[in-house]
Design a protein around this ligand. Structure first.
Ligand code: MIC
Ligand code: SF4
Length: 645
């Protein structure tokens, strides 16, 4: 591992086993965990199945922020389960209305130098305060709560050197959009991004957190900033200066790769449909009509972001052709906007005030009209994520968003002709912890009928008589595999949720993936998914493994599989395989037979795996795969997943 870096220091202080010089994987001790409701219900069911007592971490928090619509009883049933299981397990409970897990965790619990894992891919938000904060599947978070160390790939450390200062109307969001244009969403698995250089001091902790949050889109394990006087200032404003520790890389730290970004020369950028790395300067989009503008999410739902938007709108009106919504990232942010009159300015300007939480970021309301451009301060614009098929979703900074809201079209905010509203962070943030609940154990756990059981798998069969149920292309996200939106409320009900696996690929009048996979399973065969590059990008939702497992999928073979999704596949006993020769991907078609003889014995660390492809005309061909499995991973997949071990 690269020497003298901050990442190396924090990892060394938490190393349980593995040698960073020689091993490809390291086991690290986890200080803190977080869960959110959409992944948390399953995580706590899994924790219960482990039959451990109270959590063994320094701090574990269960947030409710995703499933808030309460259309039908499912969401509230989940909340009650989460509230009561938290009390039983010694976990702090953050009820609906308190805020988005990442925003609140940064405000109230993040500590420089600590490790955090969370059952949400944007957990790296904590890197803004100098934590090693990593997104993981719910089962891995449950294991960490039970006191087990967490496995990370020995990181390749990418140093991002920041120089200069951000100019008016250019934002922290533009820094991460710029980095996405350089590193893209592919090919960064196993890396950690570490920021350094003189430009770091120009950025406040909330700005840094915007950058580390959206680092998730790079596919890296996490991103981290040093802890310096700006960190101390943030903690002082949060009335917890005692949590401050200075942390920095050595002067002569060595990185595996260095990327330089000059903040002075950055310009407003936008991620265009439908990938966070499809970056263009906003000035190239100027004049494009905009129908919706939304400000909020865990990327840009903090005080400064909303205060900037409110200040720019004060005394002005939102363009009549635009619907403009704001969703504050936390209750303290909303309270501050209420107290200083900015909420009134937003309402007077024509803003629709949405509930504190994830909301439209995960397709919970506010879907745009057909053929309408939606401009969002969020972090993901995967096709259809907004809830509208064929959506045109652009990701931008609050500065660019408010400019579009005023103009009714894209405009470089520097051309808006209004003075840049400099927003000072408040002397003290509202920091009332009264809404966090530390319940008492022994009162019982509420389990309403929509709360299922975590499904288990059978041990890996000796021979896989495989049928290719689906073949997909590059950059398939977990949103493609397991849609959220209107289906999000089914997270605790695996049989029902499984019906919509790969729903976006179902053609009208043709059987769905679920129906085809079930038919393969019921015929006594094993389902196989074929992916291309960067399969399983995006969220940490382990349902993208659990539901295919439930439908009888035994193998996912691709050119590359992203870190969290790969871990989730292993946890639920699905074998991840990588094409040794990428051209072999072209040979396989849907419904082909792909058999593996004696698969468990073919799996050894570093071994190749031979499969036999049988085409519909009976022609056979050998296909060679590699796999990323360690000895322990092999034990897990052979057993049919972790819950069987
Ligand atoms: C997301 O932004 O995609 C989510 C919804 O927060 C997911 C978690 C989930 O699917 O519940 C994530 O980022 O991990
Ligand atoms: Fe919530 Fe969106 Fe952040 Fe995911 S990315 S945690 S859905 S706000």
């Amino acid at each position: 591992m690269a020497k003298g870096t901050l990442v190396q220091k924090i990892i060394a202080a938490h190393l349980v086993s593995g040698n960073p010089e020689t091993d490809s994987q390291l086991l690290i001790r986890i200080d803190q965990t977080l869960t959110q409701d959409a992944t948390g219900t399953m995580a706590y069911l899994e924790l219960e199945a482990m039959k451990t007592g109270k959590v063994a971490t320094e701090l574990s928090v269960s947030y409710v922020d995703h499933n808030m619509m309460q259309n039908g009883p499912e969401n509230r049933n989940d909340h009650l389960y989460l509230q009561t299981v938290a009390a039983e397990k010694g976990v702090i409970f953050s009820p609906p209305g308190n805020g988005i897990c990442h925003q609140l965790h940064l405000e109230r619990f993040g500590k420089p130098g600590k490790t955090l894992i969370g059952s949400d891919s944007h957990t790296p938000t904590g890197g803004g305060i100098g934590m090693i904060a990593i997104g993981a599947g719910g089962l891995d978070v449950a294991l960490a709560m039970a006191g087990q160390p967490f496995t990370i790939p020995t990181p390749r450390i990418v140093g991002v050197k920041l120089t200069g200062k951000l100019r008016p109307w250019v934002a922290a969001k533009d820094v991460i959009l710029k980095l996405l244009s350089i590193l893209t969403t592919k090919g960064n698995v196993g890396s950690i991004v570490e920021y350094f250089g003189p430009g770091v001091a120009d950025l406040s902790v909330p700005q840094r957190a915007t950058i580390t949050n959206m680092g998730a889109e790079l596919g890296v394990t996490t991103s981290v900033f040093p802890s310096d006087e700006r960190t101390r200032e943030f903690l002082r404003r949060q009335k917890r200066e005692a949590d401050y520790t200075p942390l920095a890389a050595d002067e002569n730290a060595e990185y595996d790769r260095i990327v330089e970004i000059d903040l002075d020369t950055l310009e407003p950028l936008a991620a265009c449909p439908s990938s966070p790395d499809n970056i263009k300067p906003v000035r190239e989009l100027a004049g494009k009509k905009v129908g919706q503008v939304l400000v909020g999410s865990c990327t840009n739902g903090g005080y400064r972001d909303l205060a900037l938007v409110a200040s720019a709108l004060k005394g002005r009106k939102v363009h009549p052709d635009v619907t403009f919504g704001i969703a504050p990232g936390s209750r303290p942010v909303l309270e501050m906007l209420c107290a200083n009159g900015m909420l009134g300015d937003l309402v007077a300007a024509g803003a629709r005030i949405l509930e504190v939480g994830c909301g439209p970021c995960i397709g919970q309301g506010q879907s745009p009209a057909n053929d309408t451009v939606t401009v969002r301060t969020f972090n993901r614009n995967f096709a259809g994520r907004s809830g509208t098929k064929g959506d045109e979703s652009y990701l931008v900074s609050p500065e660019t968003a408010v400019a579009a809201a005023i103009a009714g079209e894209f405009i470089d905010p520097r051309d808006l002709g209004i003075e840049f509203p400099v927003v000072e962070e408040p002397e003290f943030y509202t920091s009332d912890d009264a809404h966090f609940q530390k319940g008492e154990s022994g009162k019982g756990i509420i389990r309403k009928p929509t709360i299922g059981e975590p499904p288990t798998n059978d041990p890996l069969p000796e021979n896989i008589n495989g049928t290719v149920v689906i073949k997909v292309g590059d950059k398939i996200t977990t949103d493609h595999i397991m849609p959220a939106g209107v289906h999000l409320k089914l997270r605790s009900n695996i049989p029902a949720y499984s019906k919509v696996v790969f729903e976006c690929f179902t053609e009208a009048g043709k059987p769905s993936f679920a129906e085809r996979a079930a038919a393969v399973r019921d015929a006594g065969r094993h389902g196989i998914i074929i992916g291309r590059d960067s399969y399983g990008q995006g969220s940490s939702r382990e349902h993208a493994a659990i539901c295919p497992m439930y439908l009888g999928i035994k193998v996912v073979a691709a050119l590359a599989i992203e870190r969290i999704h790969r871990a989730n596949l292993i946890n639920f006993g699905i074998v991840p395989l990588i094409f040794k020769n990428p051209a072999d991907y072209e040979l396989i078609e849907e419904n082909d037979t792909l058999n593996f003889t004696a698969l468990p014995s073919q799996l050894a660390p570093g071994s190749e795996v031979k499969g036999t492809l049988v085409k519909s005309d009976g022609k056979e061909q050998e296909i060679i795969f590699t796999h990323p499995l360690s000895e322990n991973d092999i034990r897990l997949v052979k057993a049919g997943g972790r819950l069987n071990c």
